[in-house]
Design a protein around this ligand. Structure first.
Ligand SMILES: Nc1ncnc2c1ncn2[C@@H]1O[C@H](COP(=O)(O)OP(=O)(O)OP(=O)(O)O)[C@@H](O)[C@H]1O
Length: 323
């Protein structure tokens, strides 16, 4: 039976630079399929960092009164999805569902959300959807900068952010796939980050208690199981439980740190180990007075003091998750 043309309209944001050019190739592969299936769409290529946020925000404002708003389909990596999400969330009460074809380097969101990294199949997951699904996203108030950031995956201070910073600074980043084809460069970033990242004091405030850790090293608030391109930070983190998870690892020697990383891949043994602390909650505040690197969904937040307040909110997505 021939495909029935969809009445749904897709506003598409494409970051040709994501995945070291993989997104551009993916779009060349998918555009003819959309035409053949007579899907209604408008394609928009990002012109610079931050452009996806601007495009998504303008779309959300424009469609606020529409009874059947378009679907915002993002082609790129976690960073492009992060930008688009922030554009939508900036417009209060928007009703636009987010769809996503992962073609970045790390694709942590896709890994945890049940979206395949096979572009044709991921497109099918989008086109097969009949209604939106609502997933948790993190909301973070930055008291230093007086801004609000939304995240699908995680926000980290310390080691993981240092890895992001070093990797982004690497001149090859835009030409090579940073986690796979260029896995040697990624490994180099990990080693360099380990030896350059000093321990730092961090204060955690929850509804019940306050804790200060003098030797913070990894301080990551996650909505999702993965960070750093497939490292299972916390397998039990979920976008369905309306909670965030905070994982703190204190500074340890290299052997112990490698041991903890190995445990991560075996399940959640690492959170039972000395020097590792886990919180599962709806709200928390993290204060890190010393200048450290920060990252949000793999995007570099720079090196500075942080005073961040977290809670959970929701975003409509448009895809059929793989089971
Ligand atoms: N036209 C552009 N020129 C240069 N950079 C761009 C452009 N459009 C977007 N960007 C930036 O590209 C960066 C990388 O995008 P993205 O994170 O999606 O891909 P990735 O890093 O390859 O994948 P992942 O985050 O999954 O590892 C983002 O920081 C985004 O701001």
């Amino acid at each position: 039976m021939a495909d029935v043309p969809s009445r749904q309209f897709y506003y598409i944001i494409i970051n040709n630079f994501a995945g070291g050019g993989r997104t551009r190739r993916t779009w060349q592969q998918l555009a003819p399929i959309l035409k053949q299936k007579q899907i209604h769409y408008a394609a928009n290529h990002t012109q610079a960092p931050g452009h996806a946020t601007q495009l998504a925000y303008q779309l959300a404002l424009k469609c606020q009164q529409q009874s059947q708003p378009p679907i915002l389909l993002v082609l790129g990596g976690d960073g492009t999805l992060h930008e688009a999400l922030n554009g939508l969330q900036k417009a209060a009460d928007h009703r636009i569902p987010l769809a996503y074809i992962p073609c970045g380097s790390g694709n942590d969101f896709a890994r945890g959300a049940g979206i395949t990294t096979n572009a044709r199949q991921a497109l099918n997951q989008v086109l097969k959807a009949q209604q939106p699904i609502t997933l948790d996203i993190g909301r973070c108030i930055d008291h230093q900068k007086k801004t609000v950031t939304f995240f699908t995956n995680n926000i980290g201070i310390g080691f993981d952010a240092n890895v992001v910073h070093i990797t982004n600074r690497t001149s090859t980043k835009n030409h090579l796939n940073k986690y796979h084809a260029n896995s040697f460069a990624y490994l180099t970033s990990l080693i360099k980050a380990f030896f350059t990242q000093k321990s730092f004091p961090v204060k955690i405030t929850t509804a019940q208690q306050q804790h200060t850790f003098q030797r913070g090293f990894v301080v990551t608030t996650t909505n999702y199981p993965y960070f750093g391109g497939g490292v299972p930070l916390l397998a039990s983190a979920s976008v369905y439980n309306h909670h965030l998870d905070l994982v703190i690892m204190e500074k340890a020697n290299a052997f112990y740190f490698i041991f903890l990383f190995m445990l991560m891949f075996l399940g959640q043994w690492h959170i039972k180990m000395p020097l590792v602390h886990h919180y599962h909650l709806k709200k928390l505040r993290i204060q890190s007075p010393q200048a450290e690197y920060g990252q949000a969904d793999g995007e570099d937040l720079g090196k500075r003091a942080f005073d961040l307040e977290f809670n959970v909110t929701r975003q409509a997505f448009w895809f059929v998750p793989q089971t």
